[in-house]
Design a protein around this ligand. Structure first.
Ligand code: FES
Length: 119
């Protein structure tokens, strides 16, 4: 779960094109929703960890969200490709985009913006 101050992880935990950091957010009815943060092209992005195709988490190996070229976020189940910066479908059986979470990076940390759950 995200820390009360919104801290997801340290900035250093997110290497550009490297493994992501998994965390959870609270949904509207209090349920824990899996999410992840990544760094791509030096920018941090975060999404609900739910493929738009079948609703499963994207990473089989925890934290591995990028394809081999580290160009797209990939779903390990059937290979749907998503734009790392927007969550938009870029190939495969997406059927839609990822749900983006608003995050900011400050003071060497990555923070969830409290009302940031949006598509
Ligand atoms: S469940 Fe993700 S591509 Fe099918």
């Amino acid at each position: 779960m995200v820390e009360p101050d919104g801290l997801i992880c340290s900035s250093a935990a997110l290497v550009d094109g490297g493994n992501g950091v998994r965390f959870t957010v609270r949904g509207a009815e209090g349920a824990a929703i899996p999410a992840f943060a990544i760094r791509h092209a030096h920018q941090v992005h975060a999404y609900v960890n739910r493929c738009a195709h079948r609703g499963v988490e994207l990473d089989w190996d925890a934290g591995r969200f990028f394809d081999l070229e580290r160009r797209y976020v990939i779903c390990a189940t059937h290979g749907a490709l998503y734009d790392p910066a927007t969550g938009a479908c870029r190939g495969g059986p997406c059927g839609g985009g990822l749900v983006k979470l608003e995050v900011i990076e400050k003071n060497d940390g990555v923070y969830l913006v409290p009302t940031g759950l949006h598509r």
